[in-house]
Structures are given as C-alpha cells and as structure tokens.
Write a protein that binds this ligand. Structure first.
Ligand code: UDP
Length: 255
C-alpha cells in the first residue's frame, strides 16, 4: 500500500490517514539518545510502545483526558486525529533523575517537594532547551491560556499515571508528553498527543529499583526489551508476548 508520509521522527513515522483529519502513527524499532548521537535498532520496541501507549491513552481517555488516539490498527500502528503539535515538550517530575539531578546537584531518586512541571522547546538543532512560560508566550509557541491548560492536564495525567503504575509495583519518576491543538467545527481543544511509553518515562521497579525504561539504552544496561515487556505484562497489556486478554492490570503485592 502506498501512503503519503507526513513526517518521520526518531522513533515514529506519521502517514496520511484514511480520512481527512486523521493520521497513522507508526512505531519504529529505532532507539536514539543524546539527541541522536547514540542510535540503534532494538527489535520489538515499536510493537511494545504501540501497545503500551495505546493502553495508557485509553485509560487516560476514560478519566476525561482528551487525546489524539482513535484506535490501534495493527502491531505497529495506530489511527490518530491530526493535531497541530505545540512545539513545547512538557516534563513532569516526581523524583530527581536525569537533567534535573545534574542541573541542581540532586541525588537520583530524591523525592521532590512537589511534582514539578518543566517546558522544553522542541528543537533538535538546539537540543531541546529548557524554557520558561515567558519564552513560550513571547515567541508565540502557545498563549497563556493554552499553557494553563497544558499544566492542568499534565498534573492530572501525572496523578493518574502515578497511581496506575504504583498499583503494578512501578515508581513513575518522570515523563515527557506533548500536546496538540485539535480543530473541530470552529472550535479548538488542547489534547494529549504523541505517545506515552517507556521511551519517554522513567519507570523504576518499587522493590528492586531496577530501571524499566529507556535509561537501559542510554546507560548501556542491556535488557531493554525484557524491561518493556515486563511493564506491558504488569499493565496487563501483553501476556507472553501475545495480545493481552483485556483483563487489565496485574496486581503486584507490595508485601
Ligand atoms: N524525555 C523524552 N524526550 C526528550 C527528553 C526527555 O522523552 O527529548 C523524557 C525522559 O525519558 C525522562 C523525562 O523526559 O523520562 C525527563 O528527562 P530529562 O529532562 O531528565 O532528560 P535526560 O535525562 O534525557 O537528559
């Protein structure tokens, strides 16, 4: 089937969808870090991220978070609503890790006094610099009302996902999300877009502190696929690498 490619990113491709206003989001096996300086193919990653992201977007939709997700099409692809991506990445942090640990000299894993929302300007050339609301409004990337909406949605997403992961024995340390503008009959809404998967979250096993996310790739720890599979299994998304039976999350006892 020949389809028009709209956009190719590091881990995903967007194709034109079957109807106007829709796109097909295709998950690749490519893993990149440090703004593409480290690059590899990890067989099966795209399939896992497609499933995990589908699951999380569906659960978020059920609690009233508007998203671009329509339905999963196959192992690697999902149908989404076309949105105008706001060029700002939102990072929500519950504990110190990665960039904030380095920038502020905090020990990895230190719980933050409260959840912190940060903004990064989406620009590969500039390595996604940290920016403030002032920059976002001054340069017209989003208006104050849109920023307030993104912050409110991000905090609700954080509360919901923190609880969801806690229930399956996983600590949600931080995550990155993106929002888009969805236009429908003269109206515009801010909706959750892109993906939520172990590629863009820090997920630590509550018991062992093992990393179950892309840090396994960034830090050459190995076992990335096994870790993503375990996240999927605990969420009840995959059973033995086969589609889940839909029975939902697997409760992990906290002992
Ligand atoms: N993140 C992401 N894409 C980016 C930068 C960060 O998905 O371009 C995610 C990352 O996986 C982590 C969170 O956002 O879960 C916070 O990352 P941080 O700012 O600490 O950056 P890093 O440690 O990657 O420098």
């Amino acid at each position: 089937m020949s389809r028009r490619r709209r956009y190719e990113g590091k881990a995903k491709i967007l194709y034109e969808g079957p109807e106007p206003g829709t796109l097909v989001q295709h998950f690749k096996d490519d893993a990149t870090a440090f703004n593409n300086k480290k690059h590899d193919q990890i067989e099966g990653k795209g399939v896992l991220n497609n499933r995990i992201s589908e699951y999380l977007f569906l659960r978020l939709g059920e609690v009233g978070i508007p998203t671009h997700f329509v339905k999963r099409l196959n192992m690697r692809e999902q149908l989404i609503r076309e949105v105008e991506i706001i060029p700002v990445e939102i990072v929500v942090r519950n504990a110190a890790a990665g960039a904030i640990a380095k920038r502020l000299g905090l020990d990895e894993g230190t719980q933050l006094p409260r959840s912190i929302v940060e903004f990064y300007y989406k620009s590969d050339e500039l390595d996604d610099p940290l920016v403030s609301e002032e920059h976002i409004t001054a340069f017209g990337w989003a208006n104050p009302q849109e920023i307030d909406e993104m912050i409110a949605l991000s905090l609700r997403i954080n509360d919901f996902l923190t609880g969801l992961f806690l229930g399956v024995g996983i600590r949600l340390v931080d995550f990155k999300i993106e929002f888009g503008r969805l236009f429908e009959n003269e109206m515009m809404r801010i909706v959750l877009a892109d993906e939520i998967s172990p590629d863009c979250c820090r997920l630590w096993d509550i018991e062992t502190q093992d990393k179950m996310d892309k840090d396994r790739f960034r830090q050459d720890l190995g076992g990335l696929i096994e870790a993503y599979q375990e996240v999927a299994r605990r969420l009840g998304v995959f059973v033995d690498n086969r589609p889940g039976d839909g029975s939902g999350p697997v409760l992990v006892s906290s002992k």
